[in-house]
Design a protein around this ligand. Structure first.
Ligand SMILES: [Zn+2]
Ligand SMILES: [Zn+2]
Length: 246
């Protein structure tokens, strides 16, 4: 599924995770790398846009989770795209090993149908364990990254240590990764919210990071999971705080 969500920004989604193509001057940055099976979807999406996979210059990862780094190593090795992630998550993607514990275990969700739908979708699409990325560049909080679209990174820790949102000011779009989603992959709840506790390193930090998102000006919020949100950043933050943990 390829849908334009802002001027020069497309949403691509083949399963439970979204990733986003930012185009500028015929070159592309992709924000997040879906699952390994999403590489074929990325290639077909670029062709649909009249481009070729070699036009992909950069892969910006919002965090080191298996459903967001899927084709990053393939993009690096096959078409020479430069892969970026916040410095605090860089070791995890280099080694393929997460160095932290989450708030809660998956066991708490085994009676939820949505949990199983998500698990089965990720497994079918090859997202069962992280594929290490051999060369990664890292960005810091507030950095404007010199790749197509000139996106700015906002460090929003809590989901993971180096969880980051990506603001594309020219396109008034804010990609929140898993700092804020609009669909809960474990419970099915719809609307702005933080991720389920079993996927968050620290819920309190994730909630505190919502205030950093609240400072960003954007007409559209583009989350890692769920549909775009167009009712304003302040309202999204308010609703996510009201929703609390899950
Ligand atoms: Zn995640
Ligand atoms: Zn995710």
């Amino acid at each position: 599924m390829l849908v334009q969500v802002a001027e020069g920004v497309h949403r691509v989604s083949g399963g439970v995770t979204n990733f986003y193509l930012i185009s500028e001057g015929g070159k592309y940055t992709v924000v997040d790398a879906g699952t390994p099976a999403d590489w074929a979807l990325l290639e077909s999406s670029l062709r649909e846009l009249g481009s070729v996979p070699q036009d992909l210059d950069a892969v910006l990862l919002t965090h080191a989770h298996v459903d967001h780094i899927g084709f990053a190593e393939q993009a690096r090795a096959d078409v020479g795209a430069q892969v970026w992630i916040h410095q605090a998550d860089a070791d995890a993607v280099r080694t393929g090993k997460r160095g932290w514990k989450n708030e809660r275990s998956n066991f708490a969700y085994v009676l939820r149908a949505e949990f199983w739908r998500t698990a089965i979708s990720l497994s079918r699409r090859g997202a069962t364990k992280m594929i290490p990325i051999k060369e990664v560049s890292s960005f810091a909080d507030g950095e404007v990254i010199e790749v197509p679209g000139s996106p700015r990174a906002i460090h929003t820790p809590g989901h993971t240590p180096g969880s980051a949102a990506i603001s594309v000011e020219k396109r008034t779009a804010l990609m929140t990764g898993d700092a804020m989603c609009t669909w809960n992959a474990y419970t099915g709840r719809v609307g702005p919210q933080i991720m389920p506790s079993a996927l968050n390193m620290n819920n309190a930090e994730a909630i505190a990071s919502l205030d950093k998102l609240g400072e960003v000006k954007a007409d559209v919020i583009l989350p890692g999971h769920g549909d775009p949100w167009t009712e304003g950043v302040a309202e999204a933050v308010r609703r996510a705080k009201a929703a609390g943990t899950s």
